[in-house]
Ligand binder design. Structure first.
Ligand code: ZN
Length: 143
């Protein structure tokens, strides 16, 4: 019940953005007075999700999603979206970052290609189509 009321007030779409990947940002952290290092989270978002944040439909702070662009404030985290979202987005947007292993797409293809070839070779060897490499043949009749 309370949830439904909140939804109407907040103009939620009811579909907060969920990220497929998150990582910590090694270049942005806050050192607390007691010396602890608080790392910031980087969200991995699709182009469409980034577009909605840029256009003010998705809260840049907590990723709650709205029907209208730039509401006064996010009803979930109270971030003043109308006033600060554009500036916050400009500050936080990192462009395209590669997540995962730091290999290029070409390298990934090469690795995949190698794996396929190795598997095919193993299969053919098992089926007896290819002889295992080190095969020394001793011709008959020689002693
Ligand atoms: Zn929010």
């Amino acid at each position: 019940m309370a949830k439904r009321k909140l939804k109407r007030e907040g103009n939620f779409t009811g579909r907060p953005v969920t990220t497929e990947w998150t990582d910590t940002d090694p270049e942005a952290f806050t050192v607390m007075p007691d010396g602890r290092k608080m790392e910031r989270t980087v969200f991995g978002l699709t182009e469409e999700q980034v577009g909605r944040i840029r256009a003010g439909y998705t809260c840049v702070k907590c990723l709650e999603d709205y029907d209208t662009a730039f509401p006064d404030e996010c009803k979930v985290c109270h971030f003043p979206m109308r006033e600060h979202q554009a500036a916050e987005f400009a500050k936080d947007y990192r462009g395209e970052i590669r997540f995962g292993p730091s290999t290029t797409i070409d390298e990934e293809y090469e690795i995949a290609e190698e794996m396929i070839q190795r598997e095919a070779h193993e299969k053919a060897t098992k089926l007896g189509l290819i002889l295992p490499k080190p095969s020394i043949i001793v011709p008959r009749g020689i002693k």
